[in-house]
Design a protein around this ligand. Structure first.
Ligand SMILES: [Zn+2]
Ligand SMILES: [Zn+2]
Ligand SMILES: [Zn+2]
Length: 270
């Protein structure tokens, strides 16, 4: 099935420009050097006999989710997948509220798919949303669901791809012939089998200097070569990497993604 992948944000946890920084990338006039916190959107038309409806899945709702939803004209979210519970991936959860009220009028809270560890952190931070005792009237109409190996959203399959982020196991996702792997410092051997035959690979590449819980550009290029997707996009990018200068050094078929980039993708139906 035809879908689209849109990059809502391609920056690292601090975003680019980074607060208080006057470096060449943070002061660049190239709009592709302005990076909101990392997130992507997958959309498709479910092609039901009544003419079909647009379906929208978001992976992570970081602190810039509100701005990202406005920029991309989001009017619905059918499901959210969480990779892990770091601030740059979850702190926009409350900005699902307006879309969740709209969805709720159609009957259902928005499902949020998360591992047990991620869900526990979400429940703690958003106690006023998830606790049965909470009396907060304006809570998001959302429902935590356990992330399994395979999740089907309106006929489209999202497979979990286990990844290591420092010492923590987190979730990457494969949907059709595309994979989104962010905040990865190591791809476990068993996960490579889930990454065969990709058109688009999205993988995080922080900077050149090593980091304990993120891949460098060099490491990400090495994975990209091994996985062999038709096109690899790097994301979760720090301010050390200028868009144009970095792209000029990358191998054919690999490039830094940028906020607003949107590509057609082939999704898998179930
Ligand atoms: Zn992150
Ligand atoms: Zn900077
Ligand atoms: Zn993280």
């Amino acid at each position: 099935m035809d879908g689209r992948l849109t990059f809502l944000g391609t920056g690292t946890s601090m975003g680019v420009p980074t607060v208080g920084c006057g470096c060449a990338v943070c002061t660049s006039t190239d709009p592709r050097d302005r990076r909101l916190r990392p997130s992507v959107l997958v959309r498709w038309n479910d092609a039901t006999p009544d003419g079909g409806r647009e379906r929208v899945v978001v992976i992570d709702t970081g602190p810039d989710f509100r701005e990202q939803a406005l920029r991309n004209g989001l009017t619905r979210v059918d499901a959210v997948f969480y990779t892990h519970a770091h601030a740059d991936h979850i702190l926009g959860l409350d900005d699902l509220r307006p879309l969740s009220y709209k969805a709720f009028r159609e009957g259902e809270p928005i499902p949020l798919y998360a591992s047990a560890a991620t869900a526990a952190t979400l429940e703690r931070i958003y106690e006023y949303t998830f606790s049965a005792q909470a009396t907060y009237p304006n809570r998001a109409r959302v429902q935590l669901k356990t992330l399994g190996e395979s999740t089907v959203v309106h006929g489209v399959e999202f497979r979990r791809v286990p990844l290591m982020h420092g010492q923590m196991e987190i979730a990457g996702f494969r949907f059709g012939r595309t994979a989104y792997l962010t905040d990865v410092s190591e791809i476990p051997e068993r996960s490579f089998a889930l990454l065969a035959g990709l058109d688009h690979l999205v993988v995080s590449a922080l900077r050149y200097k090593p980091h304990p819980s993120h891949a460098t550009v060099e490491q990400a290029v090495e994975w990209a070569r091994r996985i062999g997707a038709r096109q690899t996009w790097f994301t979760h990018i720090a301010h050390e990497l200028g868009h144009q200068a970095t792209n000029a050094t990358l191998p054919e078929g690999m490039a830094l993604a940028y906020d607003g980039l949107s590509v057609p993708v082939e999704l898998g139906t179930v």
